[in-house]
Design a binder for this molecule. Sequence first.
Ligand SMILES: *[C@@H]1O[C@H](CO)[C@@H](O)[C@H](O)[C@H]1NC(C)=O
Length: 501
Amino acid sequence: MELSKLSSTCFGLTLCLLSVYTVAQAPNPRFKAVNLGGWLVIEGWIKPSLFDGIPNKDLLYGTQVQFKSVKLGNYLSSENGGGSIIVANRTSASGWETFTLQRTTDVKYQFRVFNGQFIGQGSGKDVVSIANDPGTTETFEIIRNPGDNKRVQIKASNGMFLQETGNRVTADFQGDLGWGDNSPAVFVTTIIRTLQGEYQLTNGYGPDKAHQIMNDHWNSYIVEDDFRFMSNNGINSMRIPVGWWIASDPTPPDPYVGGSLNALDNAFTWAEKYGLKIIVTLHAAPDSQNGNEHSGTKDGSQNWGKTQRNIDQTVSIIDFLTSRYAKRSSLLAVELINEPLAPGVFLDSLTKYYKAGYDTVRKYTSTAYVIMSNRLGPANPKELFPLTNGLTNVVIDVHYYNLYSSMFNSMTVQQNIDFIYNDRAQQVSSITTANGPLTFVGEWVAEWAFQGASKEDYTRFAKAQLDVYGRASFGWAYWTYKNVNGHWSLKWMIENGYIQL
Ligand SMILES: *[C@@H]1O[C@H](CO)[C@@H](O)[C@H](O)[C@H]1NC(C)=O
């Protein structure tokens, strides 16, 4: 499969610069894969019912909330963004008026302010945001009005409720003026952002319930019959997202629960039975590489790659996964990390990690492909090319959606399709080069911003993408296999005649 080529550039008689690069031949046939999204790494939008049994399921860990005093009509705000008092005198809400919840029980929460500190009881009556590590006095109970659960009272650890007293907020209301507009202790919540990832799910259920819910999901969402379905319908491979906590199964760090490793083992067994190949992709890296729920983020923050320790920890997860599956005939590739986001993930941290990750995979296998995901955000699509020089069986992963950018919002059906045949085709061809790495469109979907498209429109859109992404030298993978939203489910698209492979 692999031809290594040595080229030399010589200056004069004595000085020779050698440059080694790799010509990787396209696999034949190319891979037609599907992502098993929402299986071993939870994404709420793919299967919302997983969250149904969580009390206060709209106030999960990492939820961002604003609070408006019913009496004054003003928003609570952390003065100066943090490190000062909490006030109730803002008529409009933005960053300083937004609090990120850390959920400690079904009803108890800590509130992180804009600058990172936590709300707590100060030494006097004033509520302040000075603590960097939340403790008892930074932990509050949110009590919701049963008749209108947007209305809340917030009970401090001293047993009293927060109230607005003119400009200031104090923790000294004794309780019960009811839920009406005249109470200084009633606030209306506005939820600004909700995350529904695996952290939120397991934290929300608590250890015992989470263990049961997650294992039921892992054992029923993807089963052997799905592998038969894929092999009968022209799919020859799959990309399986995993989270960093799989490496410490069966006892991953709180709140994660064990069991996903057993599910992945089953996938290898079934893949071998049906002649399918598996790409294991580290979707959720420690400390989150993009702040999205599919990266296992706690609260939307993105801190992956900021320390050597974090990079080393991530490499050890690749070591664990490769050593476990290197000898399995269905292991096609290890993808080192999914969708690192620029500018938060720096190219030099990523390069350092990719080099170490590549070497780690090669300790166990010379044949498995090593897939490197391009950075999302402002990044050159060929920025990893220098790194891949001299490496063997390396693949660059790009993700193409006609979504997530306002430029797609006003496109007609035909404009969407033209965009594939023109812009995307040009992008694929510019990264698919004779001497460069193999290329993989590791995520795409036949969905768009356009409303009211016909089945035939969707079929044409899917076909355009199959045509163009089929030119990527490694192959492509549809996002995703199962999804409550039909167009996002390749299984549904095949069963309903939208896509034929
Ligand atoms: C809000 O109240 C604080 C504390 O009394 C005061 O320092 C600040 O200027 C007030 N801000 C506004 C916008 O009224």
